[in-house]
Write a protein that binds this ligand. Structure first.
Ligand code: HSE
Length: 307
């Protein structure tokens, strides 16, 4: 059995407009790389971090915390070293902490001969995610580990549903280079919502799930609406309304905040339209003094992969 594995751990989009804390999908062109190595010396060590300044202490690092949770539970007869080549900026809203938390447990599981299934891996990865966002949610982790679109039916006990990915669907993203901490963007949310908003939101979640199952792009368009979270969080994202109207005008099916922001995602019915959308939203941010990155990605139906 191999002693070392190199993986691509993808960025993800959580919430997908109407599905706060339950829906997510996996990106393909953006992600971290990690090397996980089996060692004779017991324990978990983070030996290399490139890209961003993150803690080497395993108990302070999301990849380390999820790795320790799995390690303490399985008690294998070896240890592990983790190298993190971080490409996803922390606080970007595209699942930076999830990519690290999921990557370490995915790599260890592979090196141990796959003793755990994907739901069990997600459970351990949630321990790492909790370090970053102060709450155990799996809507970024599930798509990173399972690929495609996922729905977290229940966090405790953890139950994840895999949803189909319509083949022509492409994502466009803009990442304004400002940091929004998930814990802070959760703190501004209301504790209660009007019943009329709850009805609209769960109708949209149901219809989006149906639209994914039937590859009904018009229904995807009608369902990518968030009346609960977006009105609060969009205030944290400069020019959100301008980006959204430019994206919809350029042909996007929908546009909403990616996870807790500041990234904004759009879904489109072809790569050509997704690239047109990218051009349109770049024009909006080009008139500001905020630095930004944009991406176009197919939906990654595989999730984390060995490279
Ligand atoms: N569902 C979480 C939130 C995702 O929106 O707070 C955080 O990336």
């Amino acid at each position: 059995m191999s002693k070392e594995i190199k993986i691509f751990s993808p960025a993800t989009v959580a919430n997908v407009a109407c599905g706060f804390d339950v829906l997510g999908f996996c990106l393909d062109t953006i992600g971290d790389e990690m090397v996980i190595r089996k060692t004779e010396e017991k324990g978990i060590k983070i030996t290399k971090i490139e890209g961003y300044d993150l803690p080497f202490d395993a108990e302070q690092n999301v990849a380390g915390v999820s790795a320790l949770a799995m390690y303490n539970d399985l008690q294998p007869d070896c240890g592990f070293e983790i190298e993190i080549y971080k490409k996803i900026k922390p606080g970007s809203g595209i699942g930076s902490s999830s990519a690290s938390a999921a990557g370490s447990v995915f790599g260890m599981n592979a090196l141990l001969g796959y003793p755990l299934n994907k739901t069990e891996l997600t459970n351990f990865a949630m321990k790492g995610e909790a370090l970053a966002s102060k709450c155990e949610h799996a809507d970024n982790l599930a798509p990173a580990i399972f690929g495609g679109f996922t729905l977290v039916k229940s966090a405790c006990p953890l139950q994840i549903l895999e949803l189909p990915t319509p083949t022509d669907l492409f994502a466009t993203l803009i990442h304004p280079q400002i940091e929004i901490k998930t814990s802070e963007s959760r703190a501004i949310l209301p504790k209660e919502i009007p019943l009329s908003n709850a009805i609209a939101q769960w109708a949209n979640v149901g219809s989006l799930v149906h639209a994914l199952h039937t590859s009904d792009y018009d229904l995807i368009k009608d369902s990518l609406i968030d009346v609960v979270i977006e009105p609060y969080r969009k205030q944290l994202i400069p020019h959100f309304d301008d980006v959204k109207s430019a994206a919809l005008k350029a042909g996007a099916l929908g546009c909403a905040i990616s996870g807790s922001g500041p990234s904004i995602f759009m879904l489109s019915k072809s790569e050509v339209i997704a690239k047109e959308v990218e051009k349109a939203i770049r024009k909006v941010y080009a008139t500001t003094d905020i630095k930004f990155e944009t991406y176009v990605s197919k939906i990654n139906v595989e999730g984390i992969r060995v490279i």
